[in-house]
Design a protein around this ligand. Structure first.
Ligand code: SF4
Length: 228
């Protein structure tokens, strides 16, 4: 299925409110049958940091908000430890509806839902995207390598954004080793440090070239990562 399928409206030019309305009414995949709420996203729609998780869980499905359970509390703590407030970032998932029993997303569900996420990223236009876990990282980076080999690194993305993968907070709660929690803390520090660097690059480009320079400077900075 794709956004251009005659069966479903194209989301590629939708504004934020329209996109959210489309997701709220979505029946693109089987998960529409079992969901309580569509969990579209939460936070600052013009944030410099966007976090992408996997799918809603039990509490998210009940409340319609991403990361409100124990994993959400841990995510909030990890953000605050590096000086980022949850309200200052935008948070969304790969899937907008809960898979029954919190099972892993299926390939056709990700395929059906991914247009919403990619349009959200375009609209937020962040400087840094933190991908939480394997599903978000695989989708955003289009790589099948596991999260433990990709975490803690900075990857170029389209436009001015870069991607920094880290563990999903729910995985950190599942009896994982203390070392993994420390790795997640290090990844959050990398997100905060990279954000600060990229804001400086944007400001420097803006002061020398005006508004167009902001974007050009940020995009050049992101593309230089491909040299690493
Ligand atoms: S998971 Fe995504 S594609 Fe499937 S019904 Fe929900 S919003 Fe639509």
């Amino acid at each position: 299925m794709s956004a251009s399928s005659p069966a479903f409206p194209d989301v590629s030019s939708a504004d934020f409110d329209t996109l959210e309305r489309m997701a709220m009414a979505c029946t693109r995949c089987r998960l529409s049958d079992s969901r309580t709420h569509v969990v579209f996203g939460v936070g600052d729609r013009s944030a410099d940091v966007m976090l992408v998780g996997e799918a809603p869980g039990f509490h998210e499905d009940r409340e319609g908000i991403p990361f409100v359970g124990a994993a959400g509390k841990l995510l909030t703590t990890l953000l605050e430890e590096v000086g980022l407030s949850r309200s200052a970032v935008y948070i969304a998932n790969v899937l907008k509806c809960r898979p029954p029993g919190n099972r892993d997303p299926l390939d056709d569900e990700v395929e059906a839902c991914k247009d919403y996420l990619f349009r959200q990223i375009e609209l937020v236009d962040p400087l840094v995207i933190g991908t939480l876990g394997n599903f978000a990282t695989r989708l955003i980076l289009a790589r099948s390598v596991g999260i433990s080999r990709l975490r803690g690194q900075v990857f170029p993305y389209k436009g001015r954004a870069v991607v920094i993968p880290t563990y999903h907070p729910a995985a950190l709660l599942r009896g994982t080793s203390p070392a993994k929690l420390e790795e997640a803390r290090a990844d959050m520090r990398l997100i905060a440090e990279t954000l600060a660097e990229r804001r400086l690059a944007v400001a420097a480009a803006g002061s020398s070239s005006g508004a167009d320079g902001d974007r050009a400077g940020a995009e050049e900075s992101a593309s230089q990562l491909e040299l690493f």
